[in-house]
Design a protein around this ligand. Structure first.
Ligand code: NAD
Ligand code: DAU
Length: 339
């Protein structure tokens, strides 16, 4: 079995590669990644020398490079993590989101049609459903919830989902789609809420909370997401969408305060800054379908997962300090300088 993993030098993709190489030592994993600002080859160092692992630097939008790789590797399955993934960047400059997230997905699927695969799996997001009101805790996203996006990022992911389902109906491409809630864990790029707050707190820098910090996200430890994708690949029904999430809703402000507490830092570091444009209020996944069909349930409690995550950032300062010492400084100044 050869699995092509795109975007495997990023946060979830790298965790997925580690998980799959451990769980299925007889599989060959080929990682295709453009190494954008979010991709980090050093993350994959522990597996680089494995005989059943190959890394290829390429853009999923580059039809020639993609076809060449398919010709060489003839993957049985493709798992598409490659994407521009940060909402704030999409608000600042949508173009690359449309290119990578939509055109890139279509380019990969065209190669799948040309060479034939057992499965094309699209890693999507709960953000395609838009948001839920804060005062209706009884409401959740199911797979039937209409697509209703807010940001250029979520719109580009929704467009990709529709294309994936269209390739299934029109061409019979054997696809699956998973829509997951917010992940956290090791190798999370420090532009996202949890790693940004950990890194800033450790450096005694201000902790910028958007608006009043009351927005709610449904957090899932990254390894639980990887396990769910593995199940969908092997046992999921072709043409189906599976929601992934673990009923773990938290307000942003409570997460930031929890990080301060664990690190022994004062809450006076918290600053309330101008809200994100179009800021989604609440995400909450109903995971009944993946539980009933595939037996998936999240295994890591948030209180354990956040401890493990904070510990990882304490033990891997080199990894994130290298990131925040480079181009990230310009990004940070632009995003937060006058906020
Ligand atoms: P990330 O930004 O950490 O990593 C993205 C990876 O894709 C990077 O390694 C980057 O170099 C690569 N990439 C970007 N453009 C590329 C291109 N044109 N060609 C090849 N590679 C390219 O993202 P992440 O947080 O790991 O998210 C992975 C996937 O999961 C995305 O599709 C995202 O939409 C989805 N998702 C993320 C979350 C979350 O909480 N992070 C939740 C649900 C779904
Ligand atoms: O729900 C899944 C999505 O989760 C994925 O599809 C996206 O790729 C991923 O980035 C994530 O999107 P969010 O926008 O929810 O994540 P982010 O970490 O950017 O923000 C989480 C919440 O924290 C959100 O309400 C905005 C807020 N926030 C974020 C940052 C970076 C702050 O208050 N301050 C910050 O500095």
């Amino acid at each position: 079995m050869t699995i092509l993993v795109t975007g495997g030098a990023g946060f979830i993709g790298s965790n997925f590669i580690f998980y799959m190489l451990e769980k299925h030592p007889d599989y060959r994993i080929v990682c295709l990644d453009k190494l954008t600002y979010a991709g980090n080859l050093s993350t994959l160092a522990p597996v680089m020398d494995k005989p059943n692992f190959r890394f290829v630097k390429a853009d999923i939008c580059d039809r020639e490079a993609v076809n060449r790789l398919f010709q060489e590797e003839r993957p049985d399955m493709v798992v598409n993590f490659a994407a521009e993934s940060h909402v704030d960047r999409s608000i600042d400059d949508p173009g690359v989101f449309l290119q990578t997230n939509i055109i890139g997905t279509a380019t990969l699927m065209d190669a799948c049609r040309k060479f034939g695969v057992q499965r094309f799996h699209q890693v999507s997001t709960d953000e395609v459903y838009g948001d839920l009101p804060l005062d209706r805790p009884d409401l959740f996203f199911t797979e039937q919830t209409p697509i209703h996006t807010s940001s250029p990022y979520s719109s580009s992911k929704a467009a990709a989902d529709l294309l994936v389902l269209a390739y299934y109906r029109t061409y019979g491409l054997p696809v699956t789609v998973s829509r997951c809630s917010n992940n956290y864990g090791p190798y999370h790029f420090p532009e996202k809420l949890i790693p940004l707050m950990i890194a800033n707190a450790l450096n005694d820098k201000p902790l910028p909370v958007y608006g009043e910090g009351l927005n709610v996200r449904d957090w899932l430890y990254v390894e639980d997401h990887c396990k769910a994708i593995d199940l969908v690949l092997h046992r999921g029904r072709v043409g189906q969408v599976y929601n992934i999430g673990g009923h773990n809703e938290m307000r942003n402000i409570d997460i930031v305060k929890m990080i301060c507490k664990v690190l022994g830092k004062p809450e006076s570091l918290i600053v309330y800054v101008t809200d994100r444009k179009g800021h989604d209020l609440r995400y909450a996944i109903d995971p009944t379908k993946i539980h009933d069909e595939l037996g998936w349930l999240p295994e890591t409690k948030f209180s354990d997962g956040i401890q493990k995550t904070i510990q990882w950032y304490l033990e891997h300062r080199d990894w994130w300090e290298t990131i925040i010492s480079g181009e990230y400084q310009n990004y940070y100044e632009k995003m937060y300088g006058n906020r």
